[in-house]
Ligand binder design. Sequence first.
Ligand code: NAD
Length: 455
Amino acid sequence: MLEIYNPATDRHLVSLEEDTAESLKAKFHKAKEAQVNWAQTPIKKRLATIEKFKSLITEEKDNLARVLTNETGKPITQSKNELNGLLTRIDFFLKETPKVLKEEKVSAKDAAISEKIAKEPLGVIANISAWNYPYFVGSNVFIPALLTGNAVLYKPSEYASCTGTLISQLLHDAGVPQELFVLIIGGGKVGEELLKLPLDGVFFTGSYATGKKINEQVASKLTKVQLELGGKDPVYVCEDVDIKMAASSLADGAFYNNGQSCCAVERIYVHQAIYDSFVESFVSEVKNFVVGDPLSEKTYIGPLTRSAQVEILENQIKDALARGAKVLTGGKKINRAGSYFEPTVLTQVNHEMLLMKEESFGPIIGIQKVSGDVEAIKLMNDTEYGLTAGVYTQDEKRAESILKQVNSGTVYWNCCDRVSPNLPWAGRGHSGVGCTLSHYGIETFLKLKAWHLKK
Ligand code: NAD
């Protein structure tokens, strides 16, 4: 059984039956058959089914938000924000998918032959998901995958399986066939077993360490693999900014969802001319965060979802302090039930420290002083990750010049920790392979067929 606990109270919530090698095989074979019918179902009907799913989500929003908060510790206002964001993403996919599915007529040199490019679903895909934004990272895969005619074996994280179960129920209630969208329950071992099936695609969201393992496990099968992985996202604050505004925006970017976002701000570089004032403003923002019961509308920071993250944060702080860093606020686990950690700000940091190199995925941040743009760009690029990066300045040309030199799939000017359905979400290096969202993130669930037609 998979045991689920509330990270705010450590209380047991529910036991869910895990999948086995046998149950996975049976589910896969049924999905294979169901996919053939689904691919032939007119797109209008597929769109109507997902439209219905959207209306069920809207009706159930409060209950869904509560379940998400209870199993992950995400503050209730942020759970509701995630569900609102999901509705916008669904709208994007409903509007864009028919355009992407259109056949392309191309001209042939030979007048007797016509040529066209058609797009077909991949088949049966695995959707292995992370827990930090289960509605976002799951729906980025399963909504376009279903709309384009695929069957989905969906394994939510073992830390978000109540939410995963509800997603599955609502899709079935909306009319998606039970055998076509299939819930898989379990942790890493079940995920590994799932990958032994003859899948037509593997779409993974999670850590670099697991992504690498998955890539290696699947490599010899030549199956399509898409990986959305972690980040160590930098932001550079130039000397011409409104300091209060920049500090407030970046404190939110670093601490929203307790820092447990793939695109959370994880490193801040500040121009030496405003360094002291910026740090003062930033720390005062962080000290104002309300830490507490995630079910309270007032709470901004709840518990960490996984208790194991506490040790990672403690190690990063210990290592940074040993190398000369200073803790300005926070620095330790809070003495109460649940995995609460104090929002923590460190200065006098450098790239010798784990804190500035490895993903923290928690409420801690290092702020480093820089002499100017050249040093900032060098430090921003000194990472194996490449998910997002940002610059705060009033000078648009300067921002553009800096961001062009940063090796990252997403760049921000005067904003951060932001995802748009219109734009591709595509990590570089250890942040991943392939992309979701935008029309590219719909095409990724299709394979091309080239037609040569002679009358
Ligand atoms: P994780 O790698 O521990 O687990 C992710 C999923 O993989 C879970 O469902 C887990 O059960 C499964 N899994 C674990 N081992 C497996 C194996 N050997 N084979 C198959 N499946 C396996 O990650 P997590 O803790 O759930 O998520 C946090 C990480 O995800 C962070 O690094 C974060 O940055 C990243 N993330 C990235 C994005 C993005 O869009 N780039 C979005 C959200 C989260």
